[in-house]
Ligand binder design. Structure first.
Ligand SMILES: O=P(O)(O)O[C@@H]1[C@@H](OP(=O)(O)O)[C@H](OP(=O)(O)O)[C@H](O)[C@H](OP(=O)(O)O)[C@H]1OP(=O)(O)O
Ligand SMILES: Nc1ncnc2c1ncn2[C@@H]1O[C@H](COP(=O)(O)OP(=O)(O)OP(=O)(O)O)[C@@H](O)[C@H]1O
Length: 495
């Protein structure tokens, strides 16, 4: 089988290429599954003039979204739009059929396989040696509670109290007119639990109470903090208790395919030695700290000023207007509200994307060509990465590569890290004065446009999060304390 399942989310399946076509080696095929919701009339209206793909051409629409909406905000170096590709019929079974109406014309996209560097050109003068490791991290909701939009946990999600003017937002910080006009009825009466705890904790609590998930101590605010220690803590917590939030995977030789995600989207650490985890966590944190990617994800997440309840209200008005024959897409009176809905949906994409951090030891090309320097790397205790697979690719045999954002990361600390022997450290020093070089690539995946109809489930989830937090206030406070979170001063205590 040329394509083997590598990962599967709620809406897409990703297959790694295992054949001999050099143009495809090092790439994956990402296919929308039949269960994926197609865009509706409200989506066309919201995105009119922005995503104008031909009717039914969802692949083109998704690609436009990535290239024209997300990449300019996130940084094009992190976004791989992909190339359209027909779905091989051999995969139909694995996909449980194809989306209705697409038949054999259904297109997927080919993208670089971020668990390897096989589709990438290394920085000039360096080559990768040994295995690669890829860490996948879902950065989820990285806004501080006080940054949460007006309709988020500021109070009970209720209809406007009688006498309240539509278009006012009592007690909300938002100054955005569109948001204010869009979110009537959001009140700060009731608990303000959504303003006291990171959203991830509220969601974790709900998953714990409803599904028995262990309480992950991951706090996305640590990941977004820019502070190395906090970022390492966040990544380590994710690896220890993933809840679908992170996984690390050792790269494999061409012709073999890695295991996919575990059942139920459970993350897993594959072939990574326990003692190597700290070094991997540090490397990933260093890589993310020096990139713009997290601050850009944060900015996109913060674009929303409606919150789920405000978005639901506005979405309801839009559907109603369309049902009564209006054309909001061409009505200037709707422009600000459609823009607010686009901001909401774009923010939702950034709250659900995943970062893939790919790492591999590097050598100056000249050193790699001589036996002596490479010999230093034959001591695998020198590397935080797991032992190389038997058939690790020689750089010279790699297939044609595309130029992508592979960077050189120089880690001076790991050269002196305690688990390294002096002899090994010395061999690292011989390469670059005590500094250990790595190839690193940071990519962002799962950048799909969210269907507007999902706003309903977002609002329902929001209400459940708040109700659960109120019902289990004691457990939440205990959990937050264990995770090192201190609720902001001045906010009312949960009931
Ligand atoms: O709603 P959430 O926060 O549970 O996020 C969903 C994710 O759940 P999780 O990250 O595990 O909590 C969920 O992830 P999993 O499939 O559970 O790994 C999906 O990413 C879903 O998006 P979509 O339906 O594929 O477009 C996500 O839905 P959206 O909220 O992004 O629409
Ligand atoms: N370019 C890639 N290279 C390697 N692996 C990938 C790539 N893109 C995705 N994957 C893997 O496939 C998994 C599923 O892909 P993706 O996140 O796109 O699916 P999804 O259905 O959109 O997910 P979700 O349910 O989170 O919305 C990812 O979690 C990741 O492990």
């Amino acid at each position: 089988m040329e394509w083997q399942l590598k990962g599967r989310g709620a809406a897409n399946a990703v297959f790694g290429y295992c054949g001999n076509d050099h143009a495809l080696v090092g790439h994956v095929l990402r296919v929308r599954m039949a269960s994926r919701r197609a865009p509706e009339a409200a989506d066309q209206t919201i995105w009119a003039g922005v995503l104008d793909a031909a009717d039914g051409d969802d692949t083109c629409r998704e690609m436009l979204y990535m290239s024209d909406v997300i990449a300019p905000l996130l940084g094009s170096q992190y976004v791989f739009t992909g190339v359209p590709f027909p779905v091989p019929s051999t995969l139909y079974e694995a996909l449980d059929g194809l989306p209705d109406g697409h038949g054999g014309d259904h297109l997927a996209t080919i993208q670089p396989d971020h668990t390897t560097f096989l589709a990438n050109a290394p920085p000039d003068g360096y080559v990768g040696v040994g295995p690669t490791v890829c860490m996948e991290i879902k950065p989820k909701w990285g806004l501080r509670p006080d940054e949460a939009p007006a309709g988020t946990g500021a109070g009970a999600a209720v209809a406007a109290p009688s006498g309240r003017q539509a278009g006012t937002v009592s007690g909300a910080e938002s100054t955005n007119e569109a948001a204010a006009a869009a979110a009537p009825g959001i009140t700060t009466q009731g608990s303000n639990v959504g303003r006291r705890y990171p959203r991830f904790m509220l969601h974790m609590l709900l998953k714990h109470v409803q599904k028995g998930y262990p309480l992950s101590l991951y706090n996305p605010l640590d990941l977004f903090s820019g502070e190395l220690g906090a970022m390492q803590r966040a990544i380590r917590s994710l690896l220890e208790c993933p809840s679908g939030g992170a996984q690390a995977e050792a790269g494999r030789a061409p012709g073999t395919c890695p295991a996919g995600r575990g059942a139920e989207g459970e993350a897993q650490v594959v072939e990574v030695e326990a003692e190597a985890v700290s070094a991997l966590v540090r490397l990933a944190a260093l890589a993310l700290q020096r990139e713009d990617v997290l601050s850009n994800v944060h900015k996109i997440q913060a674009l929303d000023e409606l919150g789920p309840q405000g978005a639901l209200q506005l979405y309801g008005e839009l559907v109603e207007a369309m049902q009564s024959g209006a054309s909001p897409a061409s009505d200037p009176g709707w422009a600000a509200r459609l823009s607010a809905l686009r901001a909401y949906l774009t923010s939702a994409t950034a709250k659900d994307c995943a970062l893939m951090v790919t790492m591999q030891r590097a050598l100056p090309a000249t050193a790699a060509a001589t036996g002596s320097a490479v010999a230093g790397f034959s001591d695998t205790s020198a590397s935080p990465l797991p032992p190389a697979p038997a058939a690790a690719p020689a750089a010279a045999n790699a297939p044609p590569r595309t130029q992508q954002a592979v960077q050189l990361l120089l880690d001076s600390c790991s050269a002196a890290s305690p688990h390294r022997s002096p002899a090994t450290a010395a061999s690292g020093a011989a390469v670059l004065e005590g500094v250990v070089p790595y190839l690193v690539k940071v990519a962002v995946v799962d950048l799909d446009v969210k269907p507007a109809a999902k706003i309903r489930s977002h609002a329902a989830l929001e209400a459940k999060l708040l109700a659960c937090a109120e019902q289990h206030a004691g457990l939440l406070a205990e959990y937050a304390a264990r995770a090192g979170w201190r609720a902001p001063q001045g906010a009312a205590a949960p009931p």
